[in-house]
Ligand binder design. Structure first.
Ligand SMILES: [Zn+2]
Length: 337
């Protein structure tokens, strides 16, 4: 849920891309722009009106021409003029720069495609556009289509805030929070009770087994967050085939695969280097040992040598994959078959 608005608290919308300036200037940590708009209109003059405590709603361009409602944060500072330069300023390569620090960044569990919002609320959105002079995050183009606003920061009208909150309430962490369920034994040893990596999971209270005195079932949010963060970072694309699943909601779907499986048999770790992003098919194939990444060649090997991915390179590799885990999977799970 978005925070309940306090008197004098204002809401702004950031429309941006995942690069966002690079290290130290990353998405979710700050808002920033050059101090002067060399193009003419002072599009980000609005940043001067942002005060600590104001709410920032983030829209992110995750695919070409496709924006997603992504999360929100709270302004932590007023506008700061600075001589520092973002490492990756993109087309804003002329400083000096200004920034607003952000805090309490919260991401939606499943980002919502703006198309979905436009389709579901066209009439309401047009109405808001009609009565309010302030720029909104969308415009109506000459073909009568709702389009994202080409601006970095815009104000958010109250009725729009209420509407967006519906999406926050429905897509937030909670019901879809957890990938892995652990059982914590009396001696504090953690074993994997069960793995669930679908996006439609019961809430923790639904799955807690009743009446187990010596064990406590916990769900490690941190684990899921890691997998989710990776999936988002790589736009839900399978590392083997490059495919992702587009859900009817227009959201994307992929799964996080622990290369060396978690749990007391394999004792893999829940770390970045041990998580591959895969489609459900390839996830199952890795789990069953039908497919592997050869840690020497970094090529895909399949038990079925006629399989279309056998001998191919990954759709994309990640520098943060740890070969140690690939070796484990290759030797212990794949070769064993
Ligand atoms: Zn795949």
């Amino acid at each position: 849920m978005l925070p309940k608005l306090l008197p004098n608290q204002k809401v702004f919308v950031e429309i941006t891309n995942p690069v966002h300036g690079g290290e130290g200037w990353k998405f979710g940590t700050c808002l920033w722009s050059p101090q002067k708009d060399n193009g003419g209109a002072a599009a980000w003059k609005l940043m001067e009106e942002i005060n600590p405590g104001d709410i920032i709603i983030h829209f992110l361009k995750l695919r070409i021409r496709e924006y997603f409602l992504y999360g929100f944060s709270i302004a932590d500072s007023k506008l700061i003029k600075t001589n520092d330069r973002p490492p990756n300023p993109g087309k804003w390569d002329k400083g000096p720069y200004q920034r607003i620090n952000l805090g309490e960044f919260k991401e939606l569990n499943t980002p919502v495609s703006v198309k979905e919002i436009f389709d579901a609320h066209r009439k309401e959105l047009i109405k808001i556009l009609d009565v309010v002079e302030q720029r909104q995050f969308y415009v109506l183009d000459k073909n009568d289509l709702l389009k994202m606003q080409q601006a970095y920061i815009v104000a958010c009208e109250n009725s729009l805030y209420v509407l967006l909150n519906k999406y926050f309430a429905a897509n937030e962490t909670g019901a879809q929070e957890v990938d892995v369920i652990y059982k914590v034994k009396a001696d504090n040893k953690i074993v994997v009770e069960e793995t669930e990596e679908t996006e439609n999971e019961p809430t923790p209270s639904d799955i807690a087994p009743p009446g187990k005195k010596d064990a406590k079932v916990s769900r490690f949010i941190r684990d899921t967050k890691l997998s989710r963060t990776l999936k988002k970072k790589h736009q839900w694309k399978c590392q083997v085939c490059g495919e992702h699943i587009l859900l009817p909601s227009k959201n994307l779907y992929a799964e996080g695969h622990h290369i060396q499986p978690l749990g007391n048999k394999h004792n893999g770790l829940d770390v970045k280097g041990n998580i591959l992003i895969v489609c459900p098919n390839h996830h199952a194939e890795f789990d069953y040992g039908s497919i592997a990444i050869n840690p020497g060649t970094m090529k895909i090997e399949h038990v079925d040598e006629t399989n279309r991915w056998h001998g191919k390179k990954l759709a994309y590799n990640r520098a943060d994959i740890d070969k140690m885990f690939l070796e484990y999977h290759y030797e212990m799970i794949f070769k064993k078959l």
